[in-house]
Design a protein around this ligand. Structure first.
Ligand SMILES: C[S@@+](CC[C@H](N)C(=O)[O-])C[C@H]1O[C@@H](n2cnc3c(N)ncnc32)[C@H](O)[C@@H]1O
Length: 318
């Protein structure tokens, strides 16, 4: 397999990178025509998030077409692709309930949430005092502001809780905490109003919600033999069995005439189970959970059932 070129292909369709480029550029161009310059500049994710796909956005965005119906992101995290694409109709899900409640507050009260987050001073003392507050005692706006403040200022953008559910990530000690502009929050709020939010296991979010011509971006947590990585998303981690369930979901999406893009760290087992789909390999720099300095280059696999001939004819307006 060659890095950064499309190879394989299911259903014996040979796809050449050069022929894909033309279609992709057309799709992106039509999207850019639709959006205004304000959205172009400031529709972006506002969280730091372990496993965020921000660095892969130039590649990931090319898989989306305005001709798809609903955009789904069942492992939402910071939603870097959702906010970047800014689709008209979307569904966002994450098992992390605190994260989804925070998005609901930003959706409903962007100004108040932003103000509350801005009021929290970025110092070690204020960080630990804020971390020590029981979020259940706060109203939804203050709870969301606390979530955002801790996220902006914690070590490596990790969300980790102890067994009793208390956020326990240490202060970053660096100047990571400055909030993105209010413009970004306001635009995120607009996108969240077009997004149905849920907090359930990915299988439930996917299986009950597949409609023909929908698009699913699947970005599960990283599975590693290094057990420390598991702690990035709390005491529960993504297991080999979860991965099998996710692969079954991709089959179901495919069967029901919808589309998916799955991004996943390369490993032999993934390849064996998904080799019937179209695969591209891209390099990514991954932060190691235990260290802010160490980053390693790894291959990320992008696996999809989108064949660009289908993409060209999808939807009624083509
Ligand atoms: C790799 S991150 C997604 C990153 C996101 N694409 C971004 O750009 O920020 C994976 C997310 O899956 C969530 N998650 C873990 N297990 C899950 C499950 N069983 N069902 C749904 N979400 C889950 C985690 O809370 C985490 O936010």
């Amino acid at each position: 397999m060659k890095v950064d070129s499309y190879i394989l292909v299911s259903h014996s369709i040979a796809i050449h990178e050069s022929s894909l480029k033309g279609h992709r550029n057309k799709m992106i161009y039509s999207k850019h025509n639709r959006t205004n310059s304000e959205t172009e500049v400031s529709m972006t994710a506002f969280l730091r998030w372990a496993g965020s796909k921000r660095q892969l956005l130039p590649t990931l965005t090319t898989y989306w077409s305005e001709n798809f119906n609903t955009y789904h992101e069942p492992f939402l995290g910071s939603g870097s692709l959702l906010f970047s694409l800014s689709p008209n109709k979307a569904a966002g899900n994450d098992l992390n309930k605190d994260l989804i409640q925070m998005y609901e507050a930003v959706r409903d009260n962007p100004k108040e949430t932003y103000r509350e987050a801005l009021d929290l001073e970025v110092t070690k003392e204020v960080y630990y005092a804020t971390r020590g507050v029981d979020p259940r005692e706060l109203d939804p706006i203050k709870r969301a502001a606390r979530f955002i403040y801790l996220n902006r200022n914690c070590f490596n953008g990790i969300y980790r809780t102890n067994k009793s559910g208390k956020f326990n990530v240490p202060f970053s000690g660096k100047k990571t905490g400055s909030l993105p502009s209010y413009e970004i929050f306001k635009n995120a709020s607009k996108q969240l109003r077009r997004t149905r939010l849920t907090s359930v296991d990915f299988e439930e979010a996917i299986i009950n919600d597949i409609h023909e011509n929908d698009f699913f971006y699947l970005d599960p947590p990283y599975i590693s033999r290094d057990k420390r990585i598991f702690s990035e998303y709390g005491p529960e981690c993504f297991t080999e069995d979860d991965m099998k369930r996710l692969i079954d979901c991709t089959d179901e999406i495919n069967k029901r005439g919808a589309f998916f893009l799955l991004s996943f760290a390369e490993c032999d087992r993934t390849m064996n189970n998904l080799s019937r789909f179209i695969t591209k390999k891209v390099e990514t720099r991954r932060v190691i959970a235990s260290s802010s300095k160490k980053r390693r280059i790894e291959n990320e696999l992008l696996i999809t059932n989108i064949d660009f001939d289908i993409k060209k004819t999808a939807g009624s307006d083509l």
